[in-house]
Design a protein. Sequence first.
Length: 337
Amino acid sequence: MTLQTEMENRDIGNLDNEVILNVKDVVVQFPRPKKKTPFNAVNGVSFELRKGETLGLVGESGSGKSMTALSLLGLVPVPGRIIEGSINLRDRRIDNLPINELRKVRGNDLGMVFQDPMTGLNPVRNIGSQLCESVIRHQNVSKSEALEIAFQALDDVGIPSARDRLEAFPHELSGGLRQRVMIALALINHPEVIIADEATTALDATIQAQILDLFRERLANATMILITHDMGVAAEICDRIAVMYAGRIVETGTIEEVLSSPRHPYTMGLLSAVPRFDIRRPKLVPIPGQPPTAEDIVQGCAFSSRCKFTKENCAERPLLEKRDNRQVACWFPKGEV
Ligand SMILES: Nc1ncnc2c1ncn2[C@@H]1O[C@H](COP(=O)(O)OP(=O)(O)O)[C@@H](O)[C@H]1O
Ligand SMILES: [Mg+2]
């Protein structure tokens, strides 16, 4: 099946569904001791996540994808912090919760899958006890019930001989199995939203394909944020994508819209080596120039120094504005000039 027909068969980007997560104007700032001015790793990010949709956060390394995810979970590393904006889970504001409340949100409401399973797993405790601890913290069950839930969770993510694996330590498993364990851990308390940050990046191609299959089968109807620098991964899994550049979202749309007719020059650059939509794994090509670093203070459009279409307006920051059903942050988006 081509990607195109795969898209058509999916219920993509259903904008009537209820908003589960509402992220508004979030700024994550890090002080810079040697400089007068701080650095905004996330610089005014807003998006909505609707029930049952998979939203891809896509962009080059350093664009602020992980920091956006960490801000949702209250895990921005110190001395960084959210200095502006709000994050609502349904009607509840979660960006200013005390730590004990946040712990309940993580696991109950938001489940996280990290790039490196070793950072999410405790190396000196067996898999079963780590899964059980999480179950007991969040669900009112006995130890033996928790162990059964743990077994089921491993079995559900396609881990062979799941009962025996409960006894295993993380280092005794292959990278692919460890990532499955991380996914089982993220799902075990049935969180409303799953956040997966580069969950397949560290894996070799065959294992990556297997984990993507698992996402597609097991999480087809999940409400999920999938973070990746790989547009091909996003194309396989996501309903909608938000393209990030220098701490901001520059374009959003359904995956089909963005791949077939990108409107922001940055997205166009990312996709310029993708002549046809039905190629399964579009690869990103480098765009000449460098994104702004933490050293650069950007007043206007952060992409303007690399952009072919830049004009004088670009010294002023474009906002992410709704145009038809899409959003683009550009003074001269494609199709309008
Ligand atoms: N602990 C930290 N302290 C200061 N700056 C950081 C820290 N972690 C990340 N950053 C900076 O924040 C920006 C966004 O990083 P990140 O969200 O990790 O990007 P991505 O996940 O898109 O690769 C980058 O410029 C990065 O250098
Ligand atoms: Mg990252």
